[in-house]
Design a protein around this ligand. Structure first.
Ligand code: MG
Length: 181
């Protein structure tokens, strides 16, 4: 079995949603960035926790998973977010751009159809704040078919917590041939 992919979201995971009063966690440092296609006069404020960089870099360079960005930031994940967190370079999924008004147009996360095709039969752990019960069922069915699949869902108001990465590490460690090439 190949190394599992680690699919990593950004909004609601590395950039938690602001509180109702617009405040952001004191653990997070504010940055102003210019996503691709954005007018230079209209940059975007974001906030990132430097400790995430350290925690994630340890996991991503552990050789236990193959990391891939899975985010509507697409390529900007690799050119903006990753560097700001000091992460090693890794690829991104070029997600489609459906004309949708909800992140669950068919009752499950809009990214999933693309991810499912891209993964084929590869094991995967997927960190995203926006799964539904149908996504959990999908992961369970995949696992039951012999393709280990773990969904990790941070609270979007809080974002990624150390225990989420502990869960990932434990899950990978119990895979029967996690280190097989
Ligand atoms: Mg998200």
């Amino acid at each position: 079995m190949p190394l599992p992919y680690l699919l990593l979201d950004i909004d609601g995971v590395l950039i938690p949603f602001p509180a109702a009063d617009g405040s952001t966690p004191p653990t997070h440092i504010r940055h102003t960035v210019l996503p691709t296609g954005r007018h230079p006069d209209d940059p975007v404020p974001i906030w990132l926790d430097p400790s995430h960089g350290v925690l994630l870099a340890d996991l991503l360079t552990s050789g236990l998973v193959t990391p891939v960005w899975c985010t509507s930031w697409r390529r900007d994940a690799t050119t903006i977010i990753g560097p700001l967190l000091g992460l090693p370079d890794f690829p991104y999924l070029d997600l489609p751009r459906p004309q949708i008004t909800t992140s669950h147009p068919d009752g499950y996360l809009w990214k999933r159809d693309h991810v499912e095709v891209w993964l084929a039969d590869a094991p995967a752990v997927w960190i995203d704040d926006d799964f539904t019960s149908l996504d959990c069922a999908w992961a369970a069915e995949r696992t039951a078919r012999g393709t280990p699949t773990l969904i990790v869902q941070p609270d979007p108001q809080l974002g990624l917590q150390p225990e989420h990465l502990t869960e990932v590490t434990k899950w990978v460690a119990q895979l029967p041939t996690a280190r097989a090439v």
